[in-house]
Ligand binder design. Structure first.
Ligand code: HEC
Length: 166
């Protein structure tokens, strides 16, 4: 009979140690997983909002000059796409003004991202498919002609990289 209390006493601290140690062991992995999930969410949210890749500085310095550049045998994009006649809408560039002002660039950028970039499926963006020759993988017809014969055209590649084609 004297053995019973000893057994109980020796058992209680053992049970405590066990409960204590499991709570520690459990706490660590759970918090690590939570941190990982939060980190993953931070990366996923911008992707879901389509905020990735469409860098304004890249647009202003690399993409926009393409709309003003003369390609042999073609009119410049700006000639036909100034104003609101088509889906690609560029701000008016008065004679003598060689480049867009920062405010104009921002308006162009917003309009382009909204109207001719397909964020869910960048490859299908009108900005890429429409001016690209049909034989080169583009749309059937663009009133502005085959501005890019193939996807190897360096300017087409610049547009593609900007909209997020991998
Ligand atoms: C000679 C005039 C002209 C030139 C130059 C021109 N385009 Fe166009 N583009 C048009 C017209 C007109 C339309 C609307 C009718 C159509 O779809 O062909 C259009 C439509 C578009 C569209 C919108 C497609 C849609 O979803 O409605 C895009 C994008 C486009 N052009 C890109 C370009 C780019 C980029 C350039 C320069 C590399 C360019 N265009 C040069 C006349 C032109």
């Amino acid at each position: 009979m004297t053995a019973a209390p000893i057994g109980r006493y020796s058992c209680v601290p053992a049970a405590h140690t066990w409960a204590f140690s499991t709570s520690i062991h459990k706490a660590k992995p759970t918090s690590t997983i939570m941190v990982r999930m939060k980190t993953a969410l931070l990366f996923l949210i911008p992707v879901a909002l389509g905020a990735q890749a469409l860098d304004f500085e890249v647009y202003r310095t690399k993409v926009e000059p393409i709309f003003l550049k003369k390609k042999p045998g073609h009119a410049r994009c700006i000639v036909c796409h100034e104003g609101t006649r088509t889906a690609l809408q560029l701000q008016a560039l008065p004679e003598g003004q060689k480049a867009f002002t920062p405010e104009q660039s921002k308006k162009n950028y917003d309009s382009i991202v909204q109207r001719v970039v397909n964020k869910a499926n960048p490859t299908q963006s009108a900005l890429l498919m429409h001016p690209l020759a049909h034989e080169g993988g583009g749309d059937e017809f663009h009133s502005g002609g085959r501005q890019f014969e193939t996807k190897n055209d360096p300017d087409w590649k610049t547009l593609a990289a900007w909209v997020g084609v991998k």
